[in-house]
Design a protein around this ligand. Sequence first.
Ligand code: CA
Length: 228
Amino acid sequence: MQILLAEDDDGVAAALVEVLYDHGHVTRRVRYGRDVLTYHRSADLLLLDLGLPDTDGLDVLRALRAVSAMSVVVLTARGDERSVVRGLRLGADDYLVKPVRLAELLARIDAVTRRAAGPPGARIVRTVRAGDVEVDLEARRVQVAGAEVELTAKEFDVLAVLAGRAGTAVSREQLLDEVWGHAHHAMSRSRSLDVHLTQLRAKLGRPELLTTIRGFGYRFGDATDFGD
Ligand code: CA
């Protein structure tokens, strides 16, 4: 398997590259967060340190998740619960705290890869439909009754988080984390979410599509629209 390793510590990186190689994985090691966004396409799995010299790893993860569903295992010294929760919410498939036990790391890489492959014949859903609304998550396009609706990048990001879990309630906190990240002021990102949701609802013209779940968050569509 091709692994992309984002790690700024030379000693840690060298040890990881060696043990991964011994277990049949080819690793490209990068030092900076920005390199992850340059090289992710050529890898099957990303091993991501959070304390990188240029960008916080969680910001790298959020940027990556906007463009890629690749497997991500966070590997970091940051073991506090808040960081672990943020990492998983932002889309990490697994989260390991350093110092890592190497056999466990290899087993977790295998487990994440197995899950990503899914059962034979399964494929990742890229287009979500609810009534006459169609959201293409890959192409970042939305159609209502066959007509294209123009959304801003942020409006689409909000819609994509909700449509990606269609029929399921998504908490406000999770939506804020995924679209705005923790770098922004809590009050301003909260206001920003309200503004974007209002715009989104107006542009889509389907008030029943984005349901507010009082005191919790939002849901795209109705659970009954999507089976199960
Ligand atoms: Ca580091």
